[in-house]
Design a binder for this molecule. Structure first.
Ligand SMILES: [Fe+2]
Length: 380
């Protein structure tokens, strides 16, 4: 193996295994005495968390991993959750760069952002989307893009700066920090598009099938679709489909039954979570495919209300237990996107951790990102 990146990782893993096996190495940091939110088993219990490099070493009794150089942080009385994920958002709506959005959202516990750059895509096409993908390299948060398969949204009705189509997909989907296709523009109203511009569907299918061949996600966008039209939309998304524009309990229930990942939108402009969550609270549906997302957040809300912590807080107020609401911003989206390194607290995962002061109010005391304390109310 000659690639320096893999050799560096191998050394870090070796250090971690040496620490666990009692061979001269110790944890860099131990968070001691907290209540861990286990999003795999939906439990909360007392446990320490040990960190080495950017990875979680152990969740449990970590006293043997404390060495002379280990930083020990007492988190007694606080809750330790995986860092939060915003699964569908647009940086352009916030009027902030990715860098500034990251800076504002980290203190509220958000460590991963999945963004659809279709607004810059409409204006500048692949050049603009790649510029955003480049900015990600210098941002502390984990940021991924899902690119539009189609711009403008409505060909022949709108004049975009650039017409994105399947001709651009191979290039875009092989670019760094891009993990799939974003909301299926142009196919939200399945019947209308099928009758009037069927060529869109064929071109869209070429893009979604290519994405699937690379094991990438394809986000759907299926407002008010039921039955056969919803089925057509799911097939257009090459089988695994999400929707972030669901507005009624009945629609939420239909989508969950048809296997759609339900992105419950709760941002600055659209607030659909309280209605969608009734499929879980009233119909007792399984919430494993329920995910919280903001879509559009303005900077003032980020500063004054918070980010995903505020959305989780509102979800708890609708009658969902904290550990289940936290699943909707951690393991559920990580599973959907195939982001195996984030979303849970277990050995070998990236040490992205939100330290929660009050689990019902979702006040955040500190945030670890890639093993480092990047935000803190106290001098830990
Ligand atoms: Fe959106």
């Amino acid at each position: 193996m000659k690639d320096a990146k893999y050799l560096k990782m191998a050394m870090e893993y070796r250090n971690a295994i040496d620490a666990l096996m009692g061979n001269k190495e110790f944890a860099d940091t131990v968070l001691k005495g907290g209540q861990v939110v286990n999003v795999i088993t939906r439990e909360i219990y007392k446990a320490d968390i040990a960190i080495k490099h950017k990875y979680i070493l152990l969740v449990g009794d970590c006293k043997d991993l404390i060495g002379p150089e280990t930083t020990v942080i007492d988190v007694t009385g606080k809750y330790l959750s995986p860092g939060f994920i915003d699964s569908h958002m647009h940086f352009e709506s916030s009027m902030l760069t990715i860098t500034e959005f990251s800076r504002l959202s980290i203190p509220s516990g958000t460590t991963t952002l999945v963004a659809d750059p279709h607004e810059i895509g409409n204006a500048l096409g692949p050049v603009g989307m790649k510029a955003m993908a480049d900015e990600i390299d210098n941002v502390p948060s984990n940021v991924y893009l899902v690119v539009p398969s189609l711009t403008p949204d409505c060909p022949d009705l709108e004049t975009a700066g650039y017409d994105t189509s399947s001709k651009d997909m191979e290039d875009l989907l092989n670019y760094k920090n891009i993990i799939g296709i974003g909301e299926l523009q142009g196919f939200s109203n399945a019947k209308h598009v099928y009758r009037n511009t069927p060529e869109i569907i064929t071109d869209l299918l070429a893009s979604t099938i290519y994405a699937k061949s690379k094991n990438m996600v394809v986000d759907g966008n299926a407002p008010e679709l039921f039955g056969k039209e919803l089925a057509a939309h799911i097939i257009a998304a090459a089988g695994k489909c999400s929707c972030h524009e669901t507005t009624t309990k009945e629609e939420a229930a239909e989508k969950l039954r048809q296997g759609v990942y339900l992105f419950m939108r709760e941002g600055s402009t659209q607030k659909n979570m309280a209605e969608c969550i009734r499929a879980v609270t009233e119909e007792k549906m399984d919430s494993r495919r329920c995910i919280l997302a903001t879509d559009d957040m303005v900077a003032a809300d980020l500063e004054t209300l918070g980010h995903m912590n505020e959305i989780v807080r509102r979800t708890i107020k609708q009658g969902i237990r904290p550990e289940e609401a936290i699943q909707m911003v951690t393991i559920n989206p990580a599973t959907y996107f195939g982001l195996d390194h984030v979303g849970v607290l277990s050995p070998g995962k990236q040490a992205d951790i939100a330290i929660i002061e009050d689990i019902y109010e979702m006040t955040i005391a500190g945030v670890f990102l890639k093993g480092k304390l990047v935000s803190s109310k106290k001098n830990y």
